[in-house]
Design a protein around this ligand. Structure first.
Ligand SMILES: *Cc1c(COP(=O)(O)O)cnc(C)c1O
Length: 230
């Protein structure tokens, strides 16, 4: 299949999953996870209708930014961000989705202050408490949101998560449900401050339809669009 056919096919699956649960498909964005794909492939994806690209390695992000690969689309950072590389990402991407510690949150706020800008972010939750993954523990999320909302150079936009690799079809739906509960809880408890919180990023190639059924507004798809990574 051609890339534009794959974009259309995945878009159609998102729309169908949304309608199944009575959601408006227009409130869900398909983000292309473009790690390991070259600038030409990224440009082709944007030409095929992709409006958001997600990158998870700083060096790759920087390279492709320098090649103007993302022109015409928004760029998100979705990988593990080390504090010593904050300066390469803040102010260069539209959204940092993977803010999973207080230390990183403070670092981003401080660097954005230095640049005189406000950085949009999501808080990442380690929903299954996996040792190997970064992210706030579920019970830390409300306090992290409270902190983020107090920071003048950070704009909290929502929640992101990468659940465990599911062993069977539908295996992650329960995690998506829990992630959404955390997201909704933040919105409800933050009162007047919650204005800009409208992004729930969850679901990848194997499980994005279930993520949509459980309320995702942003799904991150790599192999489903571009084929296997080498
Ligand atoms: C690579 C990646 C994806 C996409 O994964 P696929 O299984 O290829 O769809 C989604 N989210 C993050 C954070 C990623 O690093």
């Amino acid at each position: 299949m051609e890339l534009n056919q794959r974009v259309a096919a995945i878009r159609a699956q998102i729309d169908a999953a949304a309608r199944e649960v009575g959601r408006d498909p227009g409130e869900i964005t398909l983000e292309a996870a473009t790690k390991t794909r070259d600038a030409a492939t990224v440009r082709a994806a944007i030409a095929a209708g992709i409006t958001v690209c997600g990158e998870n390695r700083v060096q790759e992000l920087t390279q492709k930014l320098d090649q103007f690969a993302y022109d015409g689309a928004a760029v998100h950072f979705i990988g593990h961000l080390q504090t010593n590389k904050i300066n390469k990402v803040v102010g260069r991407v539209d959204l940092i989705e993977s803010v999973g510690s207080q230390h990183l949150l403070e670092g981003i706020d401080a660097y954005a202050a230095k640049l005189g800008l406000v950085q949009d972010i999501l808080l990442e939750v380690n929903i299954a408490a996996e040792e190997s993954k970064s992210g706030f523990a579920p019970e830390e999320m409300l306090e992290a949101a409270r902190q983020a909302l107090k920071m003048p150079h950070v704009r909290l936009r929502g929640v992101m998560a990468i659940p465990p690799v599911a062993q069977d079809v539908g295996g992650n739906r329960k995690f998506f449900h829990k992630i959404r509960e955390i997201y909704v809880d933040i919105i409800h408890k933050m009162g007047d401050n919650r204005g800009t919180i409208n992004c729930l990023s969850m679901g990848m190639s194997q499980d994005f339809a279930d993520a949509v059924r459980e309320g995702a507004t942003l799904v991150r798809v790599g192999t489903g669009l571009f084929g296997p990574r080498v």
